[in-house]
Write a protein that binds this ligand. Structure first.
Ligand SMILES: Nc1ncnc2c1ncn2[C@@H]1O[C@H](COP(=O)(O)OP(=O)(O)OP(=O)(O)O)[C@@H](O)[C@H]1O
Ligand SMILES: Nc1ccn([C@@H]2O[C@H](COP(=O)(O)O)[C@@H](O)[C@H]2O)c(=O)n1
Length: 229
């Protein structure tokens, strides 16, 4: 790990730009990047692969001991592995997106993955790391020097997501986004900024403006640190 690793914690609802914006910010700053949602997705994939019902909590919890998960932290391209299986693409399947909520609501799953994220963060070989998800500012890295809530109005997030997904109707995409947020927000609050967390609302910003807004927040916090405030 670098001597003084700068951890940038980013949370936000589905489609708010967490992964695309965090990746672009990490690239620009020469930081590492950690997609925490990939681990929840990979675990959901693994549960299904092992023939376990995602709603059978005791069985899901038992599987954690065998979950051999690896992810890269290079923002220019990272691979996700479960054991010997590369699942980088498979974890983006709509089936995984629809089932991930059942595993991510299980407290034992969350605490297991939180420890895993902290280990990955500690081993980052870069001046900083941008970590994005739902509970990074509050649970995974509540002491991070830079903590951000990235958000945008729901209709804007739905529009951006449906522009990306051409295989489903706009209304299906919108309903899936809304229902995932509803389920996830019963477990962690990523709609409201916790104390000390800066909100970046990209409703009226284009992609580059959002990246720049995030970088400005990082610079203002890191300048404060280097001035000892
Ligand atoms: N400010 C912006 N202006 C225009 N498009 C944007 C902006 N921010 C993000 N996007 C686009 O919105 C889409 C959703 O972004 P992204 O996948 O990064 O969201 P996310 O928060 O990681 O979502 P999820 O939690 O569902 O994985 C992407 O196509 C991305 O390029
Ligand atoms: N810190 C996190 C990150 C993700 N989740 C759960 O994983 C799902 C997929 O996340 P994406 O960011 O890849 O969309 C998400 O819907 C949550 O259920 C989480 O709980 N905590």
């Amino acid at each position: 790990m670098a001597d003084t690793l700068i951890v940038v914690a980013v949370d936000g609802p589905a489609g708010s730009g967490k992964s695309s914006v965090s990746k672009a910010v990490a690239k620009k700053l020469g930081y590492a990047y950690l997609d925490s949602g990939a681990a929840y997705r990979a675990f959901a994939w693994y549960v299904v692969q092992r023939g376990i019902d995602v709603q059978d909590e005791p069985a899901v919890i038992r599987l954690l001991a065998d979950f051999d998960y690896r992810i890269g932290t290079d923002p220019d391209g990272y691979a996700v592995f479960v054991g010997e299986h590369e699942v980088t693409q498979a974890i983006r399947d709509p089936e995984v997106t629809a089932t991930v909520r059942y595993v991510s609501r299980v407290p034992e799953v969350r605490s297991h993955l939180v420890e895993l994220f902290r280990r990955i963060i500690r081993s980052a070989d870069a001046p900083g790391i941008v970590v994005e998800g739902r509970d990074i500012t509050t649970v995974v890295a509540p002491d991070a020097p830079v903590r951000l809530l990235l958000t945008a109005e729901e209709h804007v997030r739905m529009g951006r997501r449906s522009a990306e997904i051409t295989t489903q109707t706009a209304s299906t995409v919108a309903e899936q986004l809304r229902s995932r947020d509803r389920a996830d927000s019963r477990v962690v609050d990523f709609m409201n900024a916790a104390d000390g967390v800066t909100t970046v609302d990209s409703t009226d910003l284009d992609f580059d403006q959002t990246v720049n807004a995030v970088i400005e927040v990082i610079h203002s916090h890191t300048a404060r640190i280097s001035h000892g405030n």
